[in-house]
Design a protein around this ligand. Structure first.
Ligand SMILES: [Zn+2]
Ligand SMILES: [Zn+2]
Length: 422
């Protein structure tokens, strides 16, 4: 029986993989402009890192992690997100002793045992940037601006950025209690999710999509009325910086990130027309995460962008992806000439051209056909006469013209042709 790829995973074949390379390259180029350097952390980590770094009360930790015991009896987990590992690495390599802020980006696969559907996989891919060591509101704005620019560069210009402040451990608990007091009388009408969260994490009620819950919360107290002066100022400045950067954002007071180490800025990017999968990026400030993972008190902020969603959006909106196909030079010959063809092909490759030849012992005529099929730009013909006289026939597959070229002049001729088109 043939074996298929595991449910929720996907092979990326030639033809599709170029689309991935493109959206990854745009992210790399943009990260460089913004001064973020790449970090590559392992695909798996000690499970403990995610228990601390994501929170053991979350759905991710409780239901979605790929956790297993390795042969040494250690509990190992395939990373379900990127931030925790970057924080671990920042601490392990004492990056907090370097000039701050330390600005890092990552690209790679993440793993969650989730129900697969369009745009959602068990192995999915994210681009993320993280900045450590500064609580300056302009850094929050930089992260949002990076996210905005990324989608603009890809041609996804109709994205929507929602932003909020979730306060800080100084002001948020008072709000949580007020919210709890307000909702308590209606707790019987809440959805299961909210009833479960009311005692532990009342802020999460705010982003519940259940209409019943939303009705109950319509007149609930608002976080901004409980925010301390520092948080209020921070949020205002973030918005001012974003205005300066020309990044349009909408304040959504119901946007919360439910974990204790999230502070101040929270934001989410949605792309209309993607249905249930419209969320394409999310981020925020996590000034207490580094400490939660076991380090000193170091502020941090970051964003993660879902690449499957990005590609889905590009496809749904019919945004063209510029894919540069290599210009192929096909060396055609027959019989004994194949040694010469192999030599010439190898030379061409060492000169930096993309070169091919026949590998199936086909006739010259069939070779010309296959050169056409693979979209070769030029064919170099090594017939009996050419071999005898030390030259090649250069056939331009677009115009159909043929010229005889001496072997010692071939590189010059091809280089000129290439320069002319650039
Ligand atoms: Zn505060
Ligand atoms: Zn609810």
């Amino acid at each position: 029986m043939a074996i298929s790829a595991p449910r929720g995973t996907k092979d990326l074949l030639p033809g599709e993989v170029e689309r991935w390379q493109y959206i990854e390259q745009v992210a790399r180029d943009l990260s460089r402009s913004y001064g973020y350097q790449e970090i590559r952390t392992p695909i798996f980590e000690h499970t403990e890192l995610f228990l601390r770094g994501i929170g053991d009360a979350t759905d991710i930790v409780q239901k979605e992690m790929y956790t297993f015991e390795d042969r040494g009896g250690r509990s190992i987990t395939l990373r379900p997100e990127g931030t925790a590992a970057v924080v671990r690495s920042y601490l392990e390599h004492h990056l907090d002793t370097q000039p701050q802020p330390v600005k890092l980006y990552y690209i790679g696969p993440m793993f969650r045992y989730d129900r697969p559907q369009a745009g959602r996989y068990r192995q999915f891919h994210q681009v993320g940037i993280e900045a450590f060591g500064s609580n300056d509101p302009s850094l929050d704005a930089e992260i949002v601006s990076f996210t905005w620019d990324y989608f603009q560069k890809l041609g996804l210009t109709d994205i929507r950025v929602e932003i909020n402040s979730v306060g800080c451990p100084g002001c948020r608990p008072a709000y949580g209690r007020a919210l709890q007091r307000f909702v308590e009388p209606y707790s019987g009408s809440l959805c299961d999710f909210c009833r479960d969260r009311l005692g532990r994490n009342p802020l999460r009620l705010l982003d519940c999509k259940d209409t019943g819950c939303q009705e109950i919360l319509a007149d609930a107290p608002r976080l901004k009325d409980y925010m301390c002066d520092d948080c209020r100022m921070h949020f205002e400045k973030v918005q001012n910086y974003l205005q300066v950067a020309g990044v349009p954002v909408t304040v959504n007071e119901k946007l919360v990130r439910g974990l204790d180490y999230y502070t101040n800025t929270a934001f989410e990017v949605t792309c209309p027309g993607l249905g249930a999968q419209s969320s394409v990026a999310g981020g925020g400030r996590y000034n207490n995460l580094v400490e939660t993972v076991g380090g000193p008190s170091v502020p941090g902020i970051g964003v993660a962008i879902g690449l499957e969603r990005v590609l889905l959006a590009l496809e749904k909106k019919g945004v063209p992806i510029p894919i540069e196909a290599p210009e192929i030079i096909f060396v055609a010959t027959a019989g004994e000439g194949d040694f010469e063809a192999f030599r010439l092909m190898t030379e061409l490759r060492r000169w930096g051209f993309t070169a091919e030849k026949d590998f199936l012992g086909r006739s010259l005529k069939a070779q010309m056909k296959s050169a056409g099929r693979m979209g070769a730009r030029y064919v170099l013909l090594l017939g009996e006469e050419e071999l005898r006289e030390g030259k090649v026939t250069l056939r331009d597959m677009t115009s159909g013209t043929q010229t005889a070229v001496k072997r010692e002049e071939l590189f010059k001729v091809l280089a000129e042709l290439r320069n002319r088109r650039q």
